[in-house]
Design a binder for this molecule. Structure first.
Ligand code: BG6
Length: 487
């Protein structure tokens, strides 16, 4: 079913995010019949460009980022027909009234401003929207991360956006929430009776969340070097995953019910600061090594700054101070240039209290539930069974394995496909509320402060490995190991 007619006004319309993600996502939704014929996409940026030039640029982007089998001339033409282009500068008054006149034909229609631009422009853009009367009751604004680089700057960004938009109109994207498998985590927890009774410290030993990437920072060095893994991945994506695992059952799948529960988790995170960071955190930076089938340079070489102290890897032991999770550590790790691209959440259950089997039956491993977010999406529940055969009671650890690719034939929509249409539907469930973002910064800021005060550089790790050995020690000190899929 198509969504209602809309105007998407994409600032940064010629940029990388628009070309790689936003335009292909809208194209795919059109292909599946979800975009109404009256929908319009107005791209804007400072560049001077005609509508036709923009359409040509879009066609090129779609050729590059939409697989051939998913492109057809007919859909492409219909899609290009929705596009127009406006040259607009957040710092100049020119062109804004004309944009309003163009949009004003129908003030009832959903109007979504997508700010795919550097965050330092959010304030100016929102002021322009307000000054030129562009914000209608049916308007929404979509903002991309980073929302600030610490609590103070996040408050500033949020204040600036709040000058023009009510919180119910603000859609802060964390694209991890749009991933199919992340939503599946909620289905697994709250559409089954099996897990919820066990989902607490009485039955769960610990939780691991890994978001590993094999790519380096590539051309994003300028941004990344002012950010680092904690700001780029932990403050948002990983903390969001942790919240979804740890939250209490919301009373409904409604945006605020869900976000209220996530916020409670954020507020219950035990502080990591100067007094304990050395036991609870590890930060690393990759040196030259081998990844993605070839030799790769170090981070410092890649960004051309030998003195950079930016971490490209972070591992943390996080605890949640509430009844459900007291004493259950959540181990988080993320990094660039690691051995493999894999994102997964691993729930390890407690050991059995007593073994009835003879010693030579084999080791009894703890049950593990592994949610593989990407790639090879799926769920595995590791259990102990008896090895088949007459050779006595031999025990073996095996997965009950559900690979989504094997079970479902559908293509997996990209996170943005879901999220872009949720904006039009006015559904904020998979977007971050202001207080969540600020609570996440309030928790990560003291970690940064402690690292800065410490002053030592991040520990090196070789590109193409699983990160610094200190990260292995972080979990092994507690008598545990990072999960490795042995199947
Ligand atoms: C982005 C980060 O938010 O997420 C990138 O800024 C990172 O550094 C990316 O590469 C990872 O997303 P995905 O969907 O490829 O796991």
């Amino acid at each position: 079913i198509p969504v209602e007619p809309f105007d998407y006004i994409v600032f940064g319309g010629t940029g990388d995010l628009a070309r790689r993600k936003l335009l292909p996502a809208l194209y795919h939704r059109m292909r599946d019949g979800q975009i109404p014929a009256e929908g319009r996409i107005i791209a804007a940026s400072r560049r001077k460009m005609s509508d036709d030039d923009y359409r040509a640029m879009t066609e090129e982007a779609l050729t590059e980022f939409v697989p051939e089998g998913e492109r057809s001339r007919e859909t492409l033409d219909a899609f290009l027909g929705m596009l127009s282009y406006r040259s607009l500068d957040a710092l100049s008054d020119e062109g804004w009234d004309a944009l309003r006149d163009e949009l004003d034909g129908d003030t009832e229609r959903v109007r979504a401003f997508y700010l795919a631009v550097a965050p330092n422009l959010f304030d100016d853009l929102c002021q322009r929207f307000a000054q030129h009367g562009l914000v209608t009751p049916n308007s929404r604004v979509v903002i991309e991360k980073p929302v600030g680089r610490d609590l103070a700057s996040a408050v500033k960004v949020n204040d600036a956006v709040a000058q023009a938009f009510h919180e119910s109109q603000v859609f802060r994207i964390d694209h991890y929430l749009g991933k199919e498998t992340v939503q599946n985590l909620m289905a697994l927890r709250f559409a089954n009776t099996l897990f919820e009774p066990l989902w607490n410290s009485a039955h769960i030993d610990h939780v691991q969340i890994t978001v590993a990437e094999s790519i380096g920072v590539g051309s994003r060095g300028d941004y990344y070097d002012t950010s680092g893994a904690l700001r780029d991945m932990v403050q948002n994506h990983m903390i969001q995953l942790l919240c979804l695992v740890a939250m209490e059952p919301p009373d409904s799948f409604d945006a605020n019910s869900l976000r209220d529960e996530k916020l409670k988790v954020l507020r219950a995170l035990k502080p990591i600061n100067a007094s304990n960071y050395d036991r609870l955190t590890v930060r690393g930076q990759y040196r030259a090594g081998a990844a993605e089938g070839g030799a790769v340079p170090s981070y410092a070489e890649e960004i051309g700054n030998k003195r950079s102290r930016t971490e490209t890897f972070a591992a943390l032991k996080v605890e949640i101070a509430n009844w459900r999770w007291a004493g259950v550590p959540f181990y988080l790790r993320t990094g660039k240039r690691l051995a493999d691209r894999v994102s997964e959440i691993v729930i390890t259950f407690r050991a059995i209290p007593h073994s009835i089997f003879p010693k030579d039956s084999g080791v009894i491993s703890q049950n593990r539930l592994v949610l593989r977010l990407q790639p090879d999406e799926g769920v595995k529940q590791w259990i102990m069974i008896k090895d088949p055969g007459p050779g006595g009671m031999r025990l073996n650890y095996v997965p009950l394995d559900m690979s989504f690719a094997e079970s479902f034939q559908e293509r997996y929509p990209d996170a943005y496909e879901r999220l872009l249409l949720d904006v039009i539907r006015g559904n904020q469930t998979l977007f971050m509320r202001r207080d969540e973002v600020e609570a996440a910064w309030a928790w990560t800021d003291p970690i940064h402060d402690a690292w800065d005060e410490d002053g030592s550089p991040p520990v090196p790790y070789t590109a193409g490995t699983w990160g610094p050995s200190a990260a292995i020690a972080l979990i092994e000190r507690d008598g545990r190991t990072w999960h490795e899929d042995t199947d």
